[in-house]
Ligand binder design. Sequence first.
Ligand SMILES: Nc1ncnc2c1ncn2[C@@H]1O[C@H](COP(=O)(O)OP(=O)(O)OP(=O)(O)O)[C@@H](O)[C@H]1O
Ligand SMILES: [Mg+2]
Length: 264
Amino acid sequence: MSTSSPAIAFQGVRKSFDNGRTFAVDSISLDIAVGEFLAIIGGSGSGKTTTLRMINRLLDPDQGTILIEGLTASELSPHELRRRMGYVIQGVGLFPHLTIAENIAATPTLLGWARDEIDARVAELLELVGLPPAEFITRMPSTLSGGQRQRVGIARAIAARPHIVLMDEPFGALDPITRDSLTRAYRKLHDRLGLTTVMITHDVQEAILMADRLVIMKEGRLLAIGTPRQLAARDDSDGVGDLLDMPRRQASRVQERLSDDPHG
Ligand SMILES: Nc1ncnc2c1ncn2[C@@H]1O[C@H](COP(=O)(O)OP(=O)(O)OP(=O)(O)O)[C@@H](O)[C@H]1O
Ligand SMILES: [Mg+2]
């Protein structure tokens, strides 16, 4: 691995599900730097999940190349990719028949870690995501709240100490307070562990608060890429500046409603 390689590079990547008549992902080229936190925003069906799934080879591109830490993804085995990447699936996706501990231990087990090393890692991760191990290790996913399951999903994704974490709407189903604390906790973790994170979200404010750079997808293409500040400053012919400014407009409406009460 060359130290100057991006963590992930897309080079002219296209993916079709109907033999090239329409492209779910169309000619994407993009470098994601080591240590970067990238958020992908875009309407339903714009190709976000397809893009993410090509990074860990749940899907392979029809055309173009994806490089992972300088290596061609199509030449890496799924085993190799799993060592490098964690994946938090849209809708959590815990294994329902496995305990919380077994869920978190899934990849380390697959990679042949020693039993006591796995047990220590599971306990450490549960602490990290704010679930007391003594209470949660033996529970089944069906007995957890949505927010607790999402925490387990994150713990499972980083269990094997990946360099890269892929997250598909990881905080979607959480109440606002849990969401706020978990998103902060995750960003700290990203920085502390030196991770490269690619996160899909529908929430513009969450993307602005968490990510170093944002990608806006539309109809399988990258409509815009940049830091939140760069995108917010764009002239608005394509709607990007407007989209990025939405949280600020909402905040000022909230401020107005709270400060100016005609019945107060
Ligand atoms: N396995 C598949 N077979 C056929 N079409 C697919 C498949 N997966 C995705 N598509 C199509 O590709 C397009 C992009 O889908 P994708 O799941 O990437 O969208 P998305 O941006 O993640 O949307 P959402 O925000 O709703 O999750 C959609 O039109 C979808 O119907
Ligand atoms: Mg999706």
